[in-house]
Write a protein that binds this ligand. Structure first.
Ligand code: GLY
Length: 594
């Protein structure tokens, strides 16, 4: 292993210290420290961004609230949700506000041209009252595998018109607002409109991403008109997007099926795609039953298909519970603990590629079968504490897009929402009159030539077909105790979403860490294929050696293993407190609350 740099050593020491801390008040010294860092980062973006992943756990501050809290990966988006909560909105209204704001201030990750999932749990009533809102993109009606393969464009499933799935956010948030919100859609859109119109300080994360897009800015006029300015100025304004979002807030579905549908179709067609305005008009978000299982005295409610993320989280937590009771609880961060997790992820990612596809309008019976207790028991019985089991190799890829957000309101309603344009800046196709960036979610299908960007195994049930949703790893989750939401967890980072979410939930429920420590603790990742166990650089050498000795191919990850956001609730009535954390791995995130 390479010698650790001073910055790594310092990050590691302070991170260990943080693990022992209980959440306390957000002190002004901490706030000043964070502000200084944010300012310095904006001023000299690239330098500090290089340090940010190494420094996680180093400058993050515990965040405490008494009535309601929001955790996103951008402080402007957290404040947008807070404004809506304080204007009488509930967690659903606030989650919409945060997601729309993220689309303005963090367009490389998510936005109006993308899609996602949300788990929504009311204050009481348990998992049977929780809903899973699926606003995932779908493949256009004329997009076939043959059409895709006939394209001579390089990386056709990742860049350009053919990579664009029918966006789900616009129709999804209209439905979420009507079904679960308390205030009109215009209230939820207002903070995003304000940010786009009046401008915002470009986050270090976006600055870094834009720094990697010089070629796109030079050669793609619509992309450059939308985002080019920010490379020169620390502030960015997006007036055309402000106008579109304002109209969306006022007109809702009428705007989506009219002006927006036409603009998307025209833009995609000019970029060589086959998506039509009728595809946009035919798009329907789906309210599904979430998956849920009881583990560690709590109920974890999470994503069902077309995401495989929830199945992976639940299979691995179930394995962790079973093996902890058989073999004893392995200390968090030890090689024994990572072995149990890595083994669980290997098996469940294998299930993902063999069995999980879009269930259409039906319930997710496949994931339910994959989670059948007898099946998992057989798997747990053959686990060896001292040896890994083998799989196949394909090369891995970094996290690129996606944002996760959590909101818990004063009544106790929780919304855990993950949204994405897929890879950084999605398809790079921008609607010029609206500055809306379109997704490249088609790459999440198993197109069968080279696997997708994330190096996931080729998967027959996830084949590209017109009208289908691609399988995802997004894992928005809510944890219940006695039927009430007590935590909200999720992450961004491709397949690493499911493994990071598993670890944060295990850190909270099994290892009893506070939420900040649970998010900051060094992580591991295994996705079956490639057969490589990735460890963050902060994982100590003895742990790495312990995993090598069990037969894993171990690599130190050169990028953070996902970025998580989480909220935990403790106590009830006057002693109720909310603790929130935005992963310090993604510079610029901060929770908000009161
Ligand atoms: N676009 C990444 C995912 O949905 O897993």
């Amino acid at each position: 292993m390479l010698p650790r740099s001073q910055a790594q050593k310092k990050g590691l020491c302070v991170q260990r210290l943080h693990r022992t801390l209980r959440p306390g008040p957000y002190t002004s010294a901490m706030a000043t420290n964070r502000k200084l860092l944010t300012r310095a980062t904006v001023a000299s973006g690239t330098v500090l961004l290089t340090l940010a992943p190494l420094a996680h756990g180093w400058y993050s501050a515990p965040f405490t609230a008494q009535t309601h809290a929001v955790a996103t990966d951008n402080s402007d988006a957290s404040r947008a949700a807070l404004t809506v909560l304080e204007a009488g909105g509930n967690a659903a209204d606030a989650a919409i506000a945060a997601a729309l704001a993220l689309g303005v201030v963090s367009p490389s990750s998510s936005g109006f041209g993308g899609g996602g999932f949300a788990v929504i749990c009311p204050p009481t009533g348990g998992e049977t009252n929780c809903k899973f809102v699926d606003f995932r993109e779908v493949a256009p009606q004329s997009l076939t595998v043959e059409r895709m393969r006939a394209s001579t464009a390089p990386r056709a499933s990742q860049v350009g018109g053919l990579s664009v799935g029918v966006p789900g956010e616009p129709a999804g948030f209209v439905m979420m607002s009507q079904r679960f919100g308390r205030r009109p859609l215009a209230v939820a859109t207002a903070p995003a409109v304000r940010l786009a119109r009046e401008g915002f300080v470009v986050s270090p994360f976006l600055l870094d991403r834009l720094g990697q897009e010089r070629e796109e800015i030079a050669n793609n006029p619509a992309f450059s008109a939308a985002f080019g300015e920010s490379v020169r100025n620390a502030r960015m304004r997006r007036p055309r997007l402000a106008q579109a979002l304002e109209r969306y807030g006022r007109e809702g579905e009428r705007f989506v099926h009219g002006a927006l549908a036409n603009a998307i179709a025209e833009t995609v067609s000019r970029a060589g795609g086959v998506l039509t305005a009728d595809d946009v008009r035919a798009y329907r978000p789906i309210e599904r039953r979430p998956l849920s299982r009881n583990v560690f005295g709590h109920t974890v409610v999470t994503a069902s298909a077309p995401s495989a993320g929830g199945m992976i989280v639940l299979q691995t937590l179930t394995q962790l519970e079973a093996l902890s009771s058989r073999l004893g609880i392995a200390p968090p961060g030890s090689s024994a603990a990572f072995h149990v997790l890595a083994d669980g992820w290997r098996q469940s990612f294998d299930d993902r590629s063999r069995y999980v596809g879009d269930p259409g309008a039906s319930d997710d019976t496949v994931s339910e079968a994959l989670l059948a207790p007898a099946r998992l028991r057989r798997r747990h019985e053959s686990f060896s504490p001292s040896n890994a089991r083998a799989t196949v190799v394909i090369s891995p890829a970094n996290d690129q897009g996606t944002s996760h957000l959590c909101v818990i309101d004063r009544d106790g309603m929780a919304v855990s929402l993950t949204t994405t344009v897929n890879l950084a800046f999605g398809s790079r196709v921008v609607i010029p009159a609206m500055d809306i960036l379109l997704n490249d979610q088609i790459d999440d299908f198993s197109i069968g030539t080279s696997g997708n960007n994330f190096g996931l195994a080729i998967a027959a049930p996830n084949a590209l077909q017109p009208g289908r949703r691609p399988v995802s790893s997004m894992s928005p989750s809510v944890v219940l105790r006695d039927g009430r939401p007590v935590a909200c967890v999720g992450a961004s980072g491709g397949p690493r979403i499911a493994t990071a979410t598993t670890q944060v939930i295990a850190n909270l429920l099994l290892h009893r860490m506070n939420v900040e420590a649970a998010v900051a603790a060094p992580r591991a990742h295994h996705q079956g294929a490639p057969d490589v166990l990735l460890l963050e650089p902060e994982v100590p050498e003895d742990v790495r050696v312990g995993l090598l000795a069990r037969g894993y191919t171990v690599r130190t990850s050169d990028s953070p293993l996902a970025a998580a956001t989480a909220i935990a609730v403790e106590g009830t009535g006057p002693t109720r407190r909310l603790f929130a954390s935005s992963d310090p791995r993604k510079a610029g995130g901060a929770p908000a609350g009161r």
